[in-house]
Write a protein that binds this ligand. Structure first.
Ligand code: THG
Length: 369
């Protein structure tokens, strides 16, 4: 059976790097924030090993920025998240669960504080711009909410620091995890952050003018040549092993941040002003009924499906659902992210996954693997 392919049009927005991605031989895309996101270049497994050993350049322009600018910017940001932003410094990135008035996850972006009155919300795949514009208009806050011409380009992998230092200078080595600095290259300003959607280390470079996208790509590729740089993208195997969640896959509006294991990024009681605060405080009192866990599924070559797979106990009780899975060529097992009910979420618990190939034994594990 040949896999279906994606019809690309103007609605599947291209990026400032799309021509370079095509030239690099992209084999598969997904759509993220209505924009193309490359997922495979050689093969998922080959890309995975290369990412862990070398360095890759990723077109993650689909991580769109929602810019909030104006005197009420900090107040509007705190309305969106149960993470306490009161001590956030300029130059910091915060992983920020964002919730609606029921405490349900709306997005899990990285927020950058550029100035006391200016933030970028680097969003996952949901139309956060509309929610933020709606809240800002409805509460009559004094802010401008826009999607600026900003496109992140990620450099990920163990050699990333050498590559980014070769382009932007030795100063990048001093940037701490989840911090950023504005840096100049040929007269253009770029925001250089130590962050990215992999556990292999690296940077995200925020391009602020699409016209310079290919020049930036080329400078990184050139500097990366001695290190064996290749084009890549967020890798399904690597991100499951790393426990990095994918909004829309592993969590939806039906989940609280606590169910998503993001409780450590919430200070709900202190997050005064957060729209979901009352609802979340109620659910914190009850305690989460299910939580994100890793699973090792004892099976190979499981087919691709769209619907989550049911997780059961060996006597057939509902125990949860698998939301992401992939064969790990390193661990030689299928690794998965699953939402597991409270009675079964202890690591080591033996469960059964109802896969499209039939029932398969599985074990709850903690992430990262
Ligand atoms: N970078 C940027 N924007 C993004 C992503 C990104 N927007 C979409 C998506 N990714 C948002 N989701 C995540 C999920 C996990 C992390 C970042 C964004 C992440 N988590 C680390 C972890 O869990 O180990 C560290 C979090 C921390 O300690 O603060 O990096 O990747 N620009």
């Amino acid at each position: 059976m040949t896999a279906p392919f994606l019809s690309i049009s103007r609605r599947t927005r291209s990026t400032p790097f799309s021509r370079r991605v095509t030239q690099a031989g992209v084999k598969a895309y997904t759509v993220y924030n209505h924009m193309l996101l490359p997922t495979v270049f050689n093969s998922l497994e080959d890309d995975y090993f290369h990412l862990r050993e070398s360095v890759q350049i990723w077109d993650v322009a689909c991580e769109r920025q929602v810019e909030v600018r104006g005197p009420d910017a900090a107040r509007l940001l705190q309305l969106l998240t149960p993470r306490d932003l009161s001590n956030m410094q300029i130059g910091q990135c915060y992983y920020t669960p964002m919730v609606d008035e029921t405490g349900g996850m709306i997005n899990d972006p990285v927020t950058l504080k550029l100035a006391d009155d200016r933030y970028w919300i680097s969003i996952a795949d949901s139309d956060l711009l509309l929610w933020v514009k709606g809240l800002s208009a409805g509460t009559r806050m004094d802010v401008a909410v826009t999607e600026p011409d900003v496109s992140p380009l990620a450099v990920q992998g163990p050699k990333a620091e050498d590559v980014v230092a070769a382009v932007f200078g030795e100063r990048v080595r001093g940037i701490k995890f989840f911090r950023f600095e504005p840096m100049l290259l040929n007269g253009q300003e770029y925001i250089v952050a130590r962050s990215g959607y992999s556990k292999q280390g690296g940077f995200e470079i925020y391009l602020q003018d699409s016209a310079f996208g290919e020049a930036l790509w080329d400078a990184i590729e050139e500097a990366g040549k001695p290190h064996g740089i290749r084009a890549g993208g967020p890798n399904l195997i690597e991100r499951i092993e790393g426990g990095l969640l994918s909004y829309g896959n592993d969590m939806t509006r039906l989940n609280t941040p606590h169910e998503c294991g993001l409780g450590k990024f919430c200070q709900t009681v202190d997050a005064i002003g957060c729209i979901g605060r009352d609802a979340l405080i109620r659910t914190i009192m009850e305690g989460p009924q299910r939580m994100i866990r890793g699973l090792k599924i004892h099976a190979k070559d499981l087919p691709f499906t769209i619907e989550p797979w049911s997780v059961l106990t060996d006597d057939g009780h509902h125990a949860g659902q698998v939301t992401s899975s992939a064969w790990s060529p390193r661990l030689e097992t299928t690794v998965a992210i699953a939402m597991i009910e409270k009675d079964y979420w202890e690591p080591g618990t033996a469960l059964v996954v109802d896969t499209p190939s039939g029932p398969r034994d599985a074990q709850v594990v903690s992430l990262p693997l």
